[in-house]
Design a protein around this ligand. Sequence first.
Ligand code: TMP
Ligand code: ASP
Length: 241
Amino acid sequence: MAEKYTKIKKIYEGKAKKLYTLKGKPGVLLQEFKDDATAFNAKKKGTILNKGIINCGLTTYIFTFLKKRGVKNHLVKQISPNEQIVKRLKIIPIEVVVRNIAAGSLLKKTNLKEGQQLSKPIVEFYYKDDAKDDPMINDSHALAMKLANEKELNTLRQTASKINSILKPFFLKRGLRLVDFKLEFGKDNKGTILLGDEITPDTCRLWDKKTNKKLDKDRFRFDLGGVNEAYAEVRKRIIGK
Ligand code: TMP
Ligand code: ASP
């Protein structure tokens, strides 16, 4: 018989997902993906058709792939088109961004031009705090705020680099250039750092290998049109439907 999951309490509602505790299952949470989309710290709001289902399916596929390649993560299993069971983590409030090609906020901070290949991936930390607009921070800032210790910061950097080296060829095989992406990590009840959150066109920049067409949330952020189609195209290339 299929296992039963009874939601008890919504403990978090973010811009793209909700998290619920479950009856009789203290170690795990139910993660529900929404169709809502926001950008620029929720100054821009909308919905993307089927985004919850697409992003849930993509995250399950990619987290399963990463686990097989030795990247520990929070995924237990997907239980419905837009719901997953995930291990309960204490999220480290640092967003880890990895960049392979210049785009987005990197263009404002540097003299690099959009589309320029970086000779070496750039890894950046951002302090996850909406009230402060998620500012970029360095290790000293993270240590001063006690967000993590030195060893943990190195684990975040090394794990993010490893994920990049796995996902770059993964996407390229499917006709997509992994321009940049954002990761979140958390600690389980033993203090082990696991990858959490999601990996989707909301959190990655993905460009078509041949045409460099943007197939990610930048279409929503900058009103480029064809948003629903771009998400559906990424799903087709990765999951095959
Ligand atoms: P950025 O160029 O705006 O700094 O974004 C870098 C990557 O991080 C890009 O793939 C989009 C992703 N991202 C998020 O997932 N959430 C965010 O809040 C922001 C600002 C970026
Ligand atoms: N997710 C973030 C927000 O709502 C930013 C973004 O993805 O552009 O503001």
